[in-house]
Design a binder for this molecule. Structure first.
Ligand code: SF4
Length: 448
């Protein structure tokens, strides 16, 4: 599930939200006089033992919950730029977007800006996204403007946001919008899901929040709220739980007068009220509907997920300078971690066994540059170490400096290598970890 704001969830698996292309799934409207769900542990047991093929139960009180959320959101929402700065018309309970499944309502906000914001919000804190969205909107006001830009410009502007695959996907998405949708962001979930990097959550968010379609969304914040309302201490990553959550979110979207408003309210409630720790139940608009609040089981829901140790990789970095003060930088391969990004020459060695730490290997960096280790090893000076976590790996950086007495030709193989001035760095796509290594090395006084 996508990471947004206060919570740190992971992305949901991408899967179509429609039964077939262009036809959003029809779901029965939930009743407003529901039965009370079974109590927390009983509900959990029932969910765990339910046959996999059975249809999940509907969300009780969906219409009442949707209404309470929409009313709360109107006064409690944060004035985030993608909510307030790029509107094409007002959307509120008094002016709800029509929820016809087959015809889009006029977008309530700029669909392209909303799509860029969603791409940035995955895995990145809201406060950081705010810094970048204005810059991107000014430089790339339309999908066509980004489609025409080189990938290196988009990734360079993305520098600092991390998870650079999102930048490449966003540009690929802009190209697909231009080539297949006349330059306009499509409004149906089925069309949105054909775009690069757009998963079930983002498709539902754009379709419902921007175009008013009755499509569900589930991110980490939504999952936590729905599980607590139902009093279900389940692992939100489990397949059966995911099915149940999307089913309940669809009940809400179907029951809502304004599905986009309700969806956004649900995410906002998870971000600022029903937080992972110490939820503010006393002021929560859903308290009358919440089983966890009634049972006092908020702290046990969702169930803690089991974590496994991430594999470790030792990254030996040599920050190499010449007498002109230029830095030798290499471009990473076109696929994999930090694809096409620039960095100081680096050798990566994976741990041989779980828990083992591979040693730093500056000789391997020199050998890859066709530099004789015996001539240069004695001039290498350690600059420091740091650890960088990615979703699947733990990278142990070991940074050293090497001030060459004269400029060597920059090798072109196995990867593109260039001598570059420090002033060139802002124009390149450089990961936060590579920036940190360079800063660590260049901020230390030279000792020889
Ligand atoms: S009442 Fe408490 S636990 Fe229930 S949804 Fe609201 S904040 Fe979350």
């Amino acid at each position: 599930m996508p990471k947004r704001s206060a919570a740190k969830p992971s992305r949901p698996a991408s899967a179509p939200a429609s039964t077939k292309a262009g036809t959003p799934a029809k779901r029965p409207r939930a009743t407003t006089a529901p039965q009370r769900p079974p109590a927390g542990r009983a509900a959990a047991a029932a969910a765990r033992t339910a046959p996999a093929a059975s249809t999940p139960p509907h969300l009780p009180s969906a219409a009442a919950i949707a209404e309470a959320l929409s009313r709360w959101f109107t006064t409690a929402r944060r004035p985030l730029p993608w909510r307030t700065g790029y509107h094409t018309r007002d959307i509120s309970p008094a002016n709800p977007a029509p929820s016809a499944a087959s015809t889009p309502s006029a977008p309530c906000r700029d669909p392209w800006v909303a799509l860029m914001a969603e791409a940035m919000l995955q895995q990145t804190q809201v406060s950081r996204v705010i810094e970048y969205l204005d810059r991107f909107t000014a430089r790339f006001p339309t999908p066509a403007s980004m489609a025409a830009a080189p990938e290196s410009e988009v990734t360079a502007m993305w520098s600092g946001l991390g998870y650079y695959r999102r930048a490449r996907n966003l540009r690929a998405c802009a190209i697909a919008i231009v080539e297949h949708h006349g330059g306009s962001v499509p409004h149906t979930v089925s069309d949105l899901l054909t775009l690069p990097g757009i998963g079930r959550y983002t498709a539902g968010a754009i379709s419902s929040i921007v175009f008013g379609q009755p499509e569900p969304i589930v991110d980490g914040n939504v999952a936590r709220v729905l599980l607590r309302i139902g009093g279900m201490p389940l692992d939100p990553q489990a397949c059966t739980t995911t099915d149940l959550l999307w089913h309940h979110a669809a009940d809400l979207a179907a029951a809502a007068r304004s599905p986009g408003l309700t969806n956004e309210a649900l995410m906002e409630l998870g971000a600022i009220c029903c937080t992972p720790r110490s939820p503010s139940c006393i002021i929560c608009p859903l308290r009358p509907h919440c089983r966890a609040a009634a049972d006092g089981t908020q702290d046990q829901i969702p169930a803690a997920k089991k974590t496994s140790a991430r594999p470790q990789i030792r990254c030996t970095v040599l920050v190499i300078t010449n007498p002109a003060g230029e830095l030798l930088l290499q471009q990473r391969p076109a696929s994999g971690l930090w694809a096409n990004m620039w960095q100081s020459p680096t050798h990566e060695s994976p741990a041989a066994a779980p828990g083992s730490t591979p040693p730093a290997d500056p000789a391997a960096v020199l050998a890859a540059l066709n530099l004789k280790p015996q001539a240069h090893l004695k001039h290498i000076r350690p600059a420091g170490t740091f650890t960088h976590q990615t979703t699947h790996r733990e990278l142990l950086f070991s940074v050293s400096t090497l001030a060459l007495p004269r400029t060597i030709p920059a090798p072109t193989a196995p990867s593109t290598t260039r001598w570059l001035a420090a002033t060139d760095l802002p124009t390149l796509g450089i990961s936060n970890a590579a920036k940190k290594a360079i800063t660590l090395a260049t901020s230390r006084p030279r000792t020889s």
